[in-house]
Design a protein around this ligand. Structure first.
Ligand code: PLP
Length: 394
């Protein structure tokens, strides 16, 4: 194997999934809170658009950066929702949001460059930085009054003359954290002072129950240094369709489009037509998805906070909860995360990921957390599963 393979990470959440499936295969009930996948159907108008496109022969190669109609629709969406001037030349369509991470780094990071990234965070950031020869510099979060706050001092302290890039996931996986206006402004100011380029991972932009999402790209001086990771996965329940986009400065996007030529030629042609319908057609399906997720959030937060030794914020976006389980673990005499996860799976059927699945623990980290994803489990099963967890805790 090539030496670089030893630096490639993975998403260990998929291993939790496999373990849960094996446990279920033995005839046990499993309550799936572990994966950020969705059990909700893609809106019917989007499905129809894909079938129509296949029948209309949209089955050949198409332009590497995406079909013009989808690039136009995405540019219009970004201009309208983020308040960033945007045209088709700012958009390179991708097979999902995830490829934007590696392509952003390939386009902008040289070996030895330092990249700031959230930890806990989506594990692919760290994997891709290290695989591509960069130096991964984690920053964490601290508990605030009713949400996690970005550990801004840690971000500042991590910057060195070699720091080139910042990865920022506002509406954050796994914590559900959302930056205040002040936090986004302070971060933008830091990027300007240190001349950092930014990957703004906006995967959960539309999975929001109240308030409004804000993009760091909209702040003065930031559009020219920010690439937005856009995805259809969560808003339209299209995780398996693999459709997303890199949206940012024309020069970076042109290079990302050349990476498309090299890596996959183009994103699936007919899927892109479904994306045009998703963005420009009837939005009632997308609204229904958010309504369902909100109901689940309400039930899950209330039940978690009712479990002795567990405390949980009520995030207004994402479909993740990140409860503090420190007291529960202490009371149960469970020292390690894997002890907790396996014991709970075997004794209650409740399956979840823990802090460990989202990066190596940072120095000084004392509280312990698990991630509860409610995107792939019905309200009735949330009640049942968390009810069992409560009984077990008691
Ligand atoms: N970014 C974050 C923070 C995510 O949680 C995910 C998926 O869970 C992605 C990006 C990538 O999603 P996709 O490749 O399905 O667009």
């Amino acid at each position: 194997m090539a030496e670089r393979i030893s630096h490639l990470g993975t998403e260990t959440a998929f291993a939790v999934s496999a373990e849960a499936a094996a446990w279920k295969g033995l005839g046990n009930t499993v309550y799936p809170f572990h994966l950020g996948d969705m059990d909700l159907p893609t809106p019917e108008n989007v499905v129809e658009a894909a079938f129509s496109a296949v029948r209309a022969g949209k089955t050949g190669y198409c332009p590497n950066a995406g079909i013009p109609e989808l690039r136009e629709a995405l540019a219009a969406e970004i201009a309208a929702t983020r308040g960033v001037a945007c045209g088709p030349a700012n958009v390179a369509v991708q097979p999902g949001g995830k490829p934007v991470i590696g392509k952003f780094l390939l386009a902008l990071m040289d070996p030895g460059d330092e990249v700031l990234y959230p930890n806990p965070g989506f594990p692919i950031y760290e994997s891709q930085i290290e695989f591509l020869g960069g130096v991964a510099k984690p920053y964490g979060f601290v508990p605030g009054r009713d949400d996690f706050l970005l550990d801004f001092e840690a971000v500042e302290a991590a910057v060195t003359p070699r720091t080139k890039l910042l990865i920022y996931n506002n509406l954050h996986n796994p914590t559900g954290a959302e930056s205040s206006d002040e936090e986004i402004e302070a971060l933008a100011d830091l990027c300007l002072r240190h001349d950092l380029r930014v990957l703004s991972d906006e995967a959960y932009w539309d999975v929001r129950y109240s308030g409004r999402s804000r993009s760091i790209a909209a702040l003065p001086g930031m559009a020219e240094r920010t690439v937005i990771l856009y995805t259809f996965s969560k808003k339209y329940a299209m995780t398996g369709w693999r459709l997303g986009a890199a949206i940012g400065p024309e020069d970076v996007i042109a290079h990302i489009a050349t990476l498309n030529v090299n890596q996959e030629s183009c994103t699936s042609h007919f899927t892109q037509w479904a994306g045009v319908e998703a963005l420009t057609g009837d939005q009632s399906g997308a609204r229904e998805i958010v309504r369902t997720l909100e109901e689940r959030r309400n039930v899950a937060v209330d039940l978690l906070n009712d479990i002795p030794g567990v405390s949980c914020y009520r995030p207004e976006a994402t479909f993740y909860l990140y409860p503090d389980v420190t007291e529960l673990m202490d009371r149960k005499g469970l020292a390690g995360y894997e002890d907790l996860r396996r014991t709970v799976l075997e004794q209650t059927g409740v399956s979840f990921c823990t802090r460990q699945h989202f990066g190596r623990a940072l120095p000084g980290e004392q509280r312990r957390y698990v991630r509860i994803a409610y995107s792939g489990i019905s309200t009735a099963l949330i009640r049942e599963g968390l009810g069992r967890l409560k009984e077990w805790a008691q």
